[in-house]
Ligand binder design. Structure first.
Ligand SMILES: Cc1cc2nc3c(=O)[nH]c(=O)nc-3n(C[C@H](O)[C@H](O)[C@H](O)COP(=O)(O)OP(=O)(O)OC[C@H]3O[C@@H](n4cnc5c(N)ncnc54)[C@H](O)[C@@H]3O)c2cc1C
Length: 433
């Protein structure tokens, strides 16, 4: 018994070394950025200001800077991070780390009962690259009829318009130069356990469609009987994470694009109390103002975009007035939040262990394979297979309906690492162990 516990020690040591490394790197970055960084803004005027250097903000800022006559400022609250953060297998370690906003839900009466304080963890990237730097790399485009075409008020765009932009960003900045260049994402995970093969075989035996490319077959479920399963397409290149930062900022630096990190935007500024013409931000306890001649783009993520707008006086007047925030526009900001919940089915026992174990994590062979070949367990994206399922209904037109359920195969659970990381990261109560 004690002997079995002992073999987890090297894994626990590795996890703690990595956690300490992340913390040290974070503070080092903050100190360097404060005292020797070259990112002081000399000019106080830019053509465009983009708030939030995350998945969307980086793409928008980079595209705006394609016009070399325009100057663009991208402002990010978090720091830049190093190459070790690109290891896909390290992804769960980013939650509750310094590069996570560490949002928590309110304590729930009827939900999150296994979590401390009945509160669910709500991670979001606080780092250059945003949540694309801490997410699980699954690259599923979504469902064209319901996720994209139904968002328009009139016939503003067609399926072909949407596909054009998918192709453009998937081939990143190279699209216009060489349309045939390989897409950035890999059509299947770089590493899978035998569970993935078994699940796909089981899905096939049950007559689900398993010979389906989720992103290139028109991206709606080509359904035989209620759903499709496939290996997961992932945003991983040569075994390492490919975030928005890698795609747009590292691959092509633009002189007219200034990227400011460790700068927290607190307010949008207005001209004549109507037209947004700048932002106020806080950097190392100093408050600054910077102005935009053409546009201010808000892309600080779902929660923080709404928060900054509310602090700036854009939101429901009946909420702003009691807080003495002058109302600039009475709009329903902060409503209609949509997110997906995830729940684990961590209770399946098999005759033998097929999932990822701590031994895979610490194996020197796997470490060598990652750094020198871009292969092996360290390139594991987290999710090996995806199933999109529709629940039976007489009223549905299956060819246009979006899926009701997404099934994700994650070959590890809170027990895989003997409580060294996942259990705490997911905020479980001790009694749920
Ligand atoms: C743990 C996790 C796993 C996920 N897994 C997947 C997956 O496998 N596949 C998938 O498709 N999607 C996944 N997602 C969702 C996906 O990553 C997000 O939907 C997407 O990245 C959101 O992009 P965004 O630009 O809206 O926000 P973000 O990428 O979060 O960017 C917002 C940026 O704004 C910055 N910011 C916020 N407030 C301020 C401020 N006041 N001042 C300055 N900057 C600010 C933030 O630091 C951040 O960098 C996952 C998300 C999480 C959190």
């Amino acid at each position: 018994m004690y002997y079995q516990a002992l073999i987890y020690i090297p894994y626990a040591i590795l996890v703690n070394i990595f956690a300490s490394y992340m913390l040290t790197e974070y503070w080092l970055n903050v100190i360097l950025d404060k005292y020797v960084g070259d990112e002081h803004i000399i000019t106080r005027y830019f053509d465009h200001i983009v708030v939030g250097g995350g998945t969307a903000g980086i793409a928008v800022a980079s595209r705006l800077a394609e016009n070399e006559a325009h100057t663009v400022l991208l402002i990010e609250a978090g720091p830049k991070v190093s190459l070790l953060h690109d290891i896909p297998l390290a992804t769960p370690m980013f939650q509750k780390s310094p590069i996570d906003w560490k949002h928590q839900t309110e304590s729930q009466l009827d939900a999150c009962l296994a979590m401390k304080n009945n509160s669910s963890q709500w991670p979001a990237g606080k780092v250059l690259g945003g949540s694309s730097r801490i997410n699980f790399n699954i690259h599923v485009r979504g469902h064209i009829s319901t996720d994209y075409l139904s968002w328009q008020s009139e016939q503003d765009w067609t399926k072909e318009d949407v596909l054009y932009y998918f192709n453009k960003y998937e081939k990143a900045d190279t699209y216009n130069r060489s349309p045939n260049i390989k897409q950035f994402f890999s059509h299947q995970p770089t590493h899978v356990t035998p569970i993935a093969t078994a699940i796909l075989k089981a899905a096939n035996d049950l007559d689900f469609n398993t010979s389906f490319d989720m992103n290139n077959d028109g991206f709606h479920i080509s359904r035989r009987d209620g759903g499709s399963f496939s290996l997961t397409p992932v945003s991983i290149r040569t075994g390492a994470r490919l975030s928005a930062e890698h795609l747009y900022l590292k691959s092509r630096k633009k002189k007219n694009l200034t990227v400011l990190t460790n700068a927290l935007v607190t307010k949008v500024l207005f001209k004549h109390n109507f037209e947004a013409n700048g932002v106020m931000y806080n950097r190392f306890d100093q408050v600054y103002k910077v102005h935009a001649l053409k546009s201010v783009v808000m892309s600080a993520g779902t929660l923080n975009t709404a928060k900054i707008l509310l602090l700036s006086g854009i939101g429901p007047a009946n909420q702003l007035k009691p807080l003495k925030i002058p109302v600039i526009a009475d709009l329903s900001v902060g409503e209609n939040l949509q997110d997906h919940i995830i729940t684990g089915l961590d209770m399946i026992t098999l005759e033998k262990s097929l999932d990822l174990t701590f031994k895979d994590f610490i194996s020197p062979i796997n470490i060598f394979k990652y750094f020198f070949k871009g292969t092996g367990t360290w390139t594991h994206p987290g999710c090996e297979a995806v199933g999109l399922l529709q629940l039976p209904s007489d009223k549905k037109n299956y060819s246009v309906s979006s899926p009701d359920l997404q099934f994700m195969l994650l070959p590890y659970g809170v027990s895989s690492d003997a409580g060294a990381a996942y259990f705490n990261h997911l905020n479980f109560k001790n009694e749920s162990a």
